[in-house]
Design a protein around this ligand. Structure first.
Ligand SMILES: Nc1nc2c(ncn2[C@@H]2O[C@H](COP(=O)(O)OP(=O)(O)OP(=O)(O)O)[C@@H](O)[C@H]2O)c(=O)[nH]1
Ligand SMILES: [Mg+2]
Length: 384
């Protein structure tokens, strides 16, 4: 085994030198970039230092040149064709490797472009950047946070007004006016509750029924249309017994008509429906039928604040066949930040009516207080 240190201006040159002395089978043991000490100790250009080894067997260092292939005389036509084919295979392999490397480079480059685009927030002043990050921390989705931050920056550039005041107003505008229940006099007010599974539709309906019956002194009736799930009928029946409010169960549109008739003397009838995933197309038709038949005065889409933004968008998309509804957002007690409400309001363009913040019936519900919501959403890190 022979070991030798090679100095060259770059790795390419070093490899050339190694190949010349040791042939193509040399092994690189170490390589590093060093500075050549010049006259007077002055630092000179960087060079590469490569330590390479080669096992010459019995033969002496220096006397061996890279193994040169003996020219084959009288090579048969078949051998020559095989060689040519092999050479072409190698060439294709090399080209394919180069193509892969090129693809990687293009992918890397396009990623960089994407990141660069995302970093447009870097044009924000430090105060606005803090506001933007605060909105993100509050679960306001990225594009809207950017929009609010950019508008705030523009406005405070023109008017002498504090950033947080502007941002709060912009969020208030996104939330819109609260729209709690408005009962019509001398008629049966029909309220229908819908939304995905487990968000708190039944609990919220019971909370509102209790509020209407005991605080507002209205005569109230319930209709349960969640007949898919074992336990759902029992669930609402127990509440109806505790509150002494009648409940009807309806399995289809005909039974819904009969149930409404049976409760025609009530000021308010609240209809509970089954929770469905946004993939259930058949149920959409069914629900549209119930809405038509009951002639709902108010439809409440119940959403949970802890549902992620993307899932929320799919749900909102699913219910977009309903022309007019109000939003109820549940489980505020489970989320530290309430920015997702702004996302929901912006996505649906429907008014917010109530929010719920706990499992206790009937107390854990209140009309949406926009100022309270905004105080939670804006203000994380905003410069006063
Ligand atoms: N933390 C918290 N839990 C809630 C709130 N509202 C409802 N829940 C709970 O959420 C769970 C589901 O509530 P339900 O009222 O059965 O929900 P649902 O939308 O009717 O469910 P399905 O009928 O199965 O689709 C229950 O454990 C409720 O106690 C709330 O505001 N906060
Ligand atoms: Mg339910």
């Amino acid at each position: 085994m022979f070991v030798k240190r090679f100095i060259a201006k770059d790795m390419q040159e070093a490899m050339k030198k190694i190949r010349k002395d040791f042939g193509p089978d040399a092994v690189i043991l170490d390589s590093k970039t060093v500075r050549n000490k010049g006259i007077g100790g002055l630092l000179q250009k960087k060079v590469v230092e490569v330590v390479a080894a080669y096992d010459f067997g019995e033969k002496k260092f220096g006397s061996i040149q890279p193994a040169k292939k003996e020219p084959v005389k009288n090579e048969s036509k078949k051998e020559a064709a095989d060689k040519k084919e092999k050479a072409e295979d190698t060439k294709i392999e090399m080209l394919s490797e180069q193509l892969d490397a090129l693809k990687d480079a293009v992918a890397d480059f396009s990623n960089k472009i994407r990141i660069a685009n995302k970093e447009t927030t870097l044009t924000f002043s430090p105060g606005i950047l803090k506001l933007y990050n605060g909105l993100l921390q509050s679960d306001v989705q990225e594009d809207m946070a950017k929009e609010i931050a950019a508008q705030t920056q523009e406005i405070i550039g023109k008017k002498k007004i504090e950033a947080n005041t502007v941002a709060r107003q912009l969020v208030l505008d996104k939330l819109g006016e609260p729209s709690p229940l408005r009962l019509k006099k001398y008629k049966q007010n029909v309220l229908l509750f819908t939304g995905p599974t487990g968000v708190g539709k039944t609990t919220t309906l019971v909370k509102l029924a209790a509020m209407l019956a005991f605080e507002k002194k209205q005569s109230v009736g319930l209709i349960n249309m969640d007949t898919y799930r074992v336990g759902a009928i029992e669930h609402i029946r127990i509440y109806s017994e505790i509150m002494d409010i009648p409940v009807q169960t309806a399995y289809n549109t005909d039974e819904l008509k009969s149930a409404l008739k049976a409760l025609e003397d009530k000021d308010v009838v609240l209809i509970d429906t089954a929770g469905k995933s946004p993939g259930d197309k058949a149920y959409k038709k069914e629900l549209a039928g119930y809405i038509k038949i009951c002639g709902a005065d108010e439809i409440f889409l119940v959403l949970s604040i802890v549902t992620g933004y993307k899932a929320c968008r799919d749900i909102i998309d699913y219910y977009s066949f309903i022309q007019d509804y109000k939003l109820i957002v549940t489980k505020l007690d489970e989320a530290g930040a309430w920015g997702n409400i702004v996302n929901m309001a912006d996505c649906t363009k429907m008014p917010l009516s109530y929010v719920t913040m706990g499992q206790d019936v009937p107390e854990d519900i209140c009309e949406a207080d926009m100022n309270k919501l905004v105080r939670n959403i804006v203000g994380r890190g905003v410069l006063e």
